[in-house]
Design a protein around this ligand. Structure first.
Ligand SMILES: [Zn+2]
Length: 136
């Protein structure tokens, strides 16, 4: 029997990190739900080189919103690459800015647009391309 309600793959941004998208119905989903509610769409389990993403916000397992998934994956990978171990507004903004660079490196234009369009709602100020200069 196939393992249902979960998708696991090496991250395209850093193959040493595994990405796990977990859907309602998986045996561990209910246990993770409070963490998703607290931490957002996904979170990093750094000691396990694992990013766990809430599949519930991506549609269904058979019909994923791939651009949202790419955005969330890039954001969580940015946290690991920038070695964030706390969650604060500055780190969240930096993770989005670094995710912008990661997505650009893969030509994921639609995911980048989603990031730019949701930036002000997420961080209280509009995206400005000069913000990424500190990572260049
Ligand atoms: Zn974050």
């Amino acid at each position: 029997m196939e393992n249902e309600n979960v998708v696991v793959y090496p991250s395209q941004f850093d193959p040493s990190i595994q990405v796990m998208v977990i859907f309602p119905g998986h045996e561990n989903y209910d246990g993770l739900k409070p963490l998703f509610d607290e931490l957002g769409f996904g979170f990093v389990a750094p000691e396990e080189n694992l990013v766990i993403i809430n599949g519930d916000i991506l549609g269904s397992e058979d019909n994923l919103d791939i651009d949202i998934l790419r955005f969330i994956e890039a954001h969580e990978l940015a946290h690991t690459m920038l070695k964030h171990n706390t969650r604060n507004p500055d780190d969240e903004k930096d993770a989005d800015l670094y995710a912008f660079i990661l997505l650009g490196g893969k030509n994921y234009d639609t995911a980048q647009e989603y990031l730019v369009d949701s930036f002000e709602e997420r961080h209280g100020e509009p995206f400005d391309i000069s913000m990424i200069e500190k990572f260049r």
